[in-house]
Design a protein around this ligand. Sequence first.
Ligand SMILES: [Fe+2]
Length: 201
Amino acid sequence: MQIPTLEIAEAMLAEAEQLNPGPWVMHSRNAGLAARTIAAHHPNLDPEAAYILGTLHDIGRRVGRTDMRHAIDGYHFLHQQGYEDAARISLTHSFPLKNAPAAAGKWDCTEAELRFVEDYLAAVEYNTYDGLIQLCDSIALPGGICLLEKRMVDVALRYGTNAYTIDKWKAFFALQERFSREIGQSIYAVLPGVVETTFGF
Ligand SMILES: [Fe+2]
């Protein structure tokens, strides 16, 4: 896979934290932890690659406080360095539905960038890692890994809902069911700290 090494990925996140400190950094680490844990129980996923991809999925936030354009910025940052598989995750993680306007948050990007995302989504066939990081992004809070339902409500409260929200929630539930089926048990049986993080004790 065209992804950075673990050491380079850690250094990228550390540098990004210097540039733009915030809760997104711990969210990223927890997404990586969730991805690595599920991958360790999965027949055809590599835990270290999953951790690297999860850790870097929001690396576009290195440039500052942005909304949906963090996905585009992350894509270009990793693409320019030749890390094509990590670059695609930066973009696809925001789109469990292959539909640009369905994403949560504001489209703080140009018309040309919106078209670029739409064309990219139309051309790409999601692989197992795309689905894994979409799922892990949606269960990773800065404070730990939580129940999917909690994070979905958290996002709805912060960013609002739109006409695609219910379809997107269904897509997340489908991912949760898919990965639970593929690892032969509930994802919550293997992920650490879910009860504590979900209920806050
Ligand atoms: Fe994220």
